[in-house]
Design a protein around this ligand. Structure first.
Ligand SMILES: Nc1ncnc2c1ncn2[C@@H]1O[C@H](COP(=O)(O)OP(=O)(O)O)[C@@H](O)[C@H]1O
Ligand SMILES: [Mg+2]
Length: 273
């Protein structure tokens, strides 16, 4: 797989919507006719549990630790029209074994480079800046950052963007910023204030907000993407728009300015009520 087709879903904060976004974005991308592979880099394996009933014997960490292990053998077809490269705690073992080796962060890139036949690969990541996130950012061409909209969430987002930028500087080829996705946004004033602050600071980088929606919870409970359970539900418009943004990014040369630092610095994201 070329890096241009690989998208890392990243935010250091737990509960910011990474796994939910990965699942529903995967569904929307499959609807566009792309063959989708979802890779679970979180040792908690919530995406794996959302997409598959079968116990994981070997997860992606095994491929990272042992360069001989083929990732293609571990891939499962799921009922949702999405393939899954499952996760488990093997990613923690890989992190322990490789954390001190600078080339360790590049192992995932090599594992994914050998896979073929997918239109797009989504990497779901754990809620901590560490081995898995660094590996994902260096393997992917693009980064998508789901976030809730309280000040605390925005602080975590700014931190995460800083970490991505640092990796890009060190390695020259880190993932470029593709979208900040305001997630689980309520219609109340604090959430709307946070959304306006994000849009003010990051402009076009901010994708259409995903509303907080019972339909999303119902889809998660059924362990299917929303596109399968309730394709007419309100949040699908935002997921479809995000899927188009991803499809455009992987299809063509990067638009001017993509991935560039935002005009207003992160510190200027004002306090919100
Ligand atoms: N847009 C949404 N509407 C309603 N509930 C949501 C939405 N996004 C996420 N959730 C809920 O929040 C929980 C945490 O989201 P999740 O995607 O697991 O976050 P992360 O992967 O970043 O830790 C989910 O289990 C789900 O119940
Ligand atoms: Mg998750």
């Amino acid at each position: 797989m070329k890096r241009e087709r690989i998208v890392a879903i990243v935010n250091r904060k737990g509960g910011s919507g990474k796994s939910t976004t990965t699942l529903n974005l995967a569904g929307a991308l499959a609807d566009l006719g792309l063959r989708v592979l979802a890779v679970d880099l979180d040792p908690q394996a919530s995406l794996t549990r959302l997409l598959s009933d079968d116990p994981v014997e070997r997860g992606i960490g095994a491929c990272i630790s042992a360069p001989g292990q083929s990732a293609a053998e571990l891939i499962r077809n799921t009922g949702a029209g999405i393939d899954l490269l499952p996760g488990d705690r093997s990613i923690e073992a890989a992190a322990l074994a490789l954390n001190d080796s600078p080339a360790g962060f590049l192992r995932l890139r090599r594992v994914l480079a050998r896979l073929e036949g997918y239109g797009v690969v989504l990497l779901d990541t754990p809620p901590a800046l560490g081995f898995a996130v660094s590996s994902a950012v260096l393997a992917a061409g693009w980064a998508v950052l789901p976030t809730a909209t309280t000040q605390q969430d925005i602080d975590a987002l700014v931190d995460t963007l800083g970490a991505i930028d640092e990796l890009a500087e060190d390695e020259m080829h880190g993932a470029r910023r593709l979208a900040i996705v305001p997630n689980a946004v309520h219609r109340d004033r604090p959430d709307q204030g946070g959304l306006a602050a994000l849009q003010g600071a990051y402009g076009e980088l901010v994708a259409a907000p995903i509303p907080h929606a019972a339909a999303i919870k119902r889809a998660l409970n059924r362990r299917l993407p929303l596109s399968r359970t309730e394709p007419g539900a309100a949040p699908m418009a935002a997921y479809r728009a995000l899927a188009r943004r991803v499809a455009d990014a992987i299809a063509g040369p990067a638009p001017d300015g993509a991935g560039a630092a935002p005009e207003k610095e992160a510190a200027h994201v004002g306090a919100i009520v």
